[in-house]
Design a binder for this molecule. Structure first.
Ligand SMILES: Cc1ncc(COP(=O)(O)O)c(C=O)c1O
Length: 472
């Protein structure tokens, strides 16, 4: 299963085939026996006439979307603004982006190191297409294996000091499928209260018991484990390296200490910490100077700092083989990642190594933004000198209105509202990028001060959304 030299193996097989040692006739035979696949079905392909299609109009999720966003549409129209959801970015989303034919300073994209814009990274994606096409056109285990997957996996395993790694096509699915695979009905997932939705999906998939401990609080974790650990077969503590809504860093050494004392495995989501934390941007392992086996499952995404798309897992060889050969949705029963995405991520790692000034600049910008935001009197919640900086507004409406007003003034920043964050904890979430200038940050903060102060003055007339919601 753990064939260490697949290329040699493939060469040997092909050499034998070329010299006539294997039976090509077997393949021909298979083709003949499949002949019946060409027969047409008795009913043909068209749907029967007169059968009503399901509209899903009464589906609870469809209903909720219609009500929530319909109301929102009406509200933005009433206050003379545009709906910011799904508003297209018309170019590369770097420190500056293009929206509605205008250049806008961009604080809404998580490309921390500006790698999606890097000419070398873009070229590497194109080279991968030239070499392998736009798709591997298969599941990896059967016919979709490409050498670049293994090159990226070797790099990721090196970064995390683990025996092995696996790259996947989606970060979200990586969490959902890994947790779904690792836990079962008799097991316990102990998640940080702010864990990402993809992990929650994984716990539902696994049908395990899920409990949350207070955000980033080892004592709360211990209280829960003291009460419940004994009632379950296996237990896994699931945390993030850098929390995506709040920008605070996990208290990893203390959480590891508690988890190990209660015989728990540990999985960490490095989506936002990779590229942003640690001296060379290698994430929390580097930040806390930990060995690779301090955590059992290192998970991350290629879509944030690395400027690509996809996910990864790193751990010991047996675990990665389990993910690779049995778990559905990671590598099995799903198409291999796009070659261009893997080419871009590999090139992104090279840039990370060759241009350490990007991480240094990101750190400078993060610290600068924090300092200036505090000088302007903003509440930046729990963020700790990281490139994720929430400016808390409390209620949803000021966050949405301020984001729209910022956009009108040439700054893109997302409003994050309930239910993505708890009710009453809405915010504008700023992502800082290594290419932002101090001027970008100063202008954005000065503009936000003006905007929020202006909103406070006109609160009664502006906040019609809450009014409408109460009467709907
Ligand atoms: C913490 C965290 N984990 C996982 C994901 C999912 O990763 P992806 O967007 O690459 O699918 C995200 C995405 O936003 C995230 O913020």
């Amino acid at each position: 299963m753990t064939d260490n030299n697949p290329r040699e193996l493939a060469r040997a097989l092909l050499a034998r085939h070329a010299s006539g040692e294997t039976g090509a006739a077997a393949a021909d035979g298979a083709r003949t026996t499949n002949g019946s696949a060409t027969a047409t079905t008795a009913n043909g392909h068209s749907a029967p006439r007169g059968v009503a299609h399901t509209s899903f109009r009464d589906h609870p999720g469809v209903l909720e979307a219609g009500q929530r966003f319909g109301r929102f549409d009406a509200w933005v129209e009433q206050v003379g603004l545009v709906n910011p959801y799904y508003l297209p970015h018309e170019g590369v989303s770097g420190a500056v982006t293009r929206m509605a034919d205008r250049d806008v300073v961009n604080f809404s994209s998580f490309g921390y190191l500006d790698l999606a814009a890097d000419p070398g990274v873009r070229q590497a994606a194109k080279d991968a297409i030239d070499q392998y096409g736009t798709s591997a056109a298969a599941v990896r285990i059967v016919a979709g294996e490409l050498p670049i997957y293994r090159s990226l996996e070797a790099e990721i395993a090196r970064v995390y000091d683990t025996e092995a790694a696996l790259v996947t096509a989606s970060g979200y699915l990586t969490n959902a499928a890994a947790v779904g695979f690792l836990l079962g009905k008799r097991d316990l997932a102990v998640c940080d209260a702010l864990i990402h939705h993809s992990v929650v999906s994984g716990t539902e998939w696994s049908r395990c018991k899920r409990v949350s401990f207070r955000h980033n609080d080892p004592e709360s974790l211990e209280t829960i484990l003291k009460m419940s650990r004994r009632s379950f077969d296996r237990a896994m503590v699931i945390i993030e390296g850098l929390y995506s809504m709040d920008g605070d860093v996990v208290r990893l050494p203390e959480i590891i200490e508690v988890a190990r004392r209660y015989d728990c495995s540990i999985m960490i989501d490095e989506a936002h910490s990779f590229g942003t934390l640690g001296a060379t941007g290698h994430g929390v392992r580097e930040l806390f100077d930990l060995p690779g086996d301090a955590v059992d499952v290192w998970m991350g995404t290629l879509s944030k700092a690395l400027g690509s798309v996809g996910g990864y897992l790193a751990g010991n060889r047996e675990l990665v083989d389990g993910f690779k050969y049995v778990a559905g949705g990671l590598s099995m029963y799903t198409a291999a990642p796009a070659p261009s995405a893997i080419g871009a991520a590999l090139a992104g790692l090279e840039v990370l190594r060759d241009e350490p000034e990007r991480v240094a600049r990101l750190r400078h910008n993060s610290e600068y933004f924090h300092r200036r935001a505090k000088e302007y009197g903003f509440d930046i919640g729990m963020s700790e000198d990281s490139p994720i900086i929430p400016v808390m507004t409390g209620a949803d409406e000021p966050a949405v209105l301020a984001a729209l007003a910022m956009l009108q003034r040439g700054f893109s920043v997302n409003a994050i509202t309930h239910p993505v964050v708890p009710a009453g904890e809405a915010r504008l979430r700023f992502f800082v990028n290594c290419r932002h200038t101090e001027q970008h940050m100063d202008q954005a903060l000065a503009t936000l001060r003006e905007v929020l102060d202006g909103l406070a003055d006109t609160a009664g007339q502006q906040f019609t959304l809450a009014h409408e919601e109460q009467h709907s």
